[in-house]
Design a protein around this ligand. Structure first.
Ligand SMILES: Cc1cc2nc3c(=O)[nH]c(=O)nc-3n(C[C@H](O)[C@H](O)[C@H](O)COP(=O)(O)OP(=O)(O)OC[C@H]3O[C@@H](n4cnc5c(N)ncnc54)[C@H](O)[C@@H]3O)c2cc1C
Length: 316
């Protein structure tokens, strides 16, 4: 069934890309803020009430070269923000208040901060462990919450391995926020293409959309090789089902169980055209393995999406 990307048409469209399969109906993680109803409610916290107005990329401070390995396009010039609204990086102490493994290689950490951090969804922090090089990690939690941050971490080496061996109550030094992989104020339709652990910056962006109801439409394509690789799956499913501006499509590239109801195979042209017929109106953000990022850029370019609508966060 074709659909034009509006909420009404999404609702008519079969929800093949999302739902839990082998599990019981989703028991969502406790929401960070009350989930919105179909209409933004007056009681719904707005970003401007809880934190300073959502920052624009222009507010993000210059980044030390060693702190960033991504280079989104330079934003258009706008008047400089008032000093009180600037996103400035600082040093924080984070205390692990919760750590959970999703499967052996994937961890979710909840850090309580010693002071509030103001950040834009999509930014990252650097984690400093004694005697080790700093390691950058995207913030996965909503910027509405300023006194804690959530990180999703794949164990690949020294720092990530050491983090996975820590315990609740342990402390780490965090520096941030850094990065310009953020949604521009004037970007109303945004599409996130995530491979594996590349979901983390998009989780923050989706939670921000959920929590503050900005004038955005957000569509997520989330690809994993194995079913237990999908982090925050129940929460994503709930956002998809309940938030009028959020749509999520999950696709399994490895073996799918018989009752898998999502998409299968790599994110491809047919999938994008089917799920997002008005794709040319979207700004695409891609994060994940380099091969996925390159493949997505090539694909979208071949589909006629202009280069200025393509953003990447390269981790490697
Ligand atoms: C802006 C940004 C945001 C990021 N956000 C996230 C995030 O949200 N979540 C996340 O999980 N990651 C994220 N990353 C990636 C993350 O920073 C790295 O995975 C992390 O720094 C690795 O540190 P490490 O010390 O654990 O690994 P390292 O020890 O530095 O190892 C890195 C790589 O080298 C390989 N390697 C290590 N030792 C050897 C060896 N002896 N022989 C061969 N290969 C070896 C490992 O397999 C691994 O692939 C982000 C990166 C950037 C730049």
């Amino acid at each position: 069934m074709a659909h034009d990307g509006t909420r009404e048409s999404w609702e008519r469209h079969p929800r093949k890309g999302i739902l839990p399969t082998t599990e019981e109906p989703a028991q969502p993680s406790p929401p960070l803020a009350p989930p919105p109803g179909p209409e933004p409610s007056a009681a719904m916290p707005k970003a401007s009430e809880i934190v300073a107005p959502p920052a624009t990329p222009q507010e993000v401070p210059p980044i030390a070269p060693e702190e960033v390995r991504s280079s989104p396009p330079a934003p258009a010039a706008t008047p400089p923000p008032a000093p009180a609204q600037r996103i400035v990086f600082d040093t924080y102490t984070g205390t692990i208040v919760r750590m959970e493994t999703h499967h052996s290689g994937l961890w979710e950490f909840d850090f309580a901060l010693d002071k509030p951090m103001r950040f834009v969804a999509g930014q990252y922090v650097s984690v400093f462990l004694p005697g080790m090089k700093p390691a950058p990690f995207s913030i996965a939690s909503s910027p509405v919450e300023r006194e804690r941050i959530v990180l999703g971490i794949e164990v690949v080496g020294a720092v990530t391995g050491a983090l996975s061996r820590m315990q609740p109550g342990d402390k780490v030094t965090l520096k941030g926020p850094f990065g310009r992989f953020v949604i521009g104020d004037d970007e109303r339709k945004v599409c996130f293409l995530a491979g594996g652990i590349g979901i983390t910056p998009f989780m923050s962006m989706l939670r921000w959309v959920r929590d503050t109801n900005p004038d955005k439409r957000a569509v997520l394509f989330y690809s994993c090789r194995r079913e237990d690789g999908f982090m925050w799956r129940e929460e994503i499913a709930r956002m998809h089902e309940t938030h009028p501006s959020i749509k999520a499509v999950l696709t399994l590239t490895g073996d799918a169980p018989a009752d898998w109801r999502g998409q299968q195979g790599r994110i491809c042209e047919a999938m994008i055209r089917e799920e997002l017929p008005d794709f040319k109106d979207y700004v695409f953000f891609t994060c994940g393995p380099p091969a996925l990022i390159d493949a997505m850029f090539a694909l979208l370019a071949s589909m006629g999406v202009p280069a200025q609508q393509l953003r990447r966060e390269a981790w490697h």
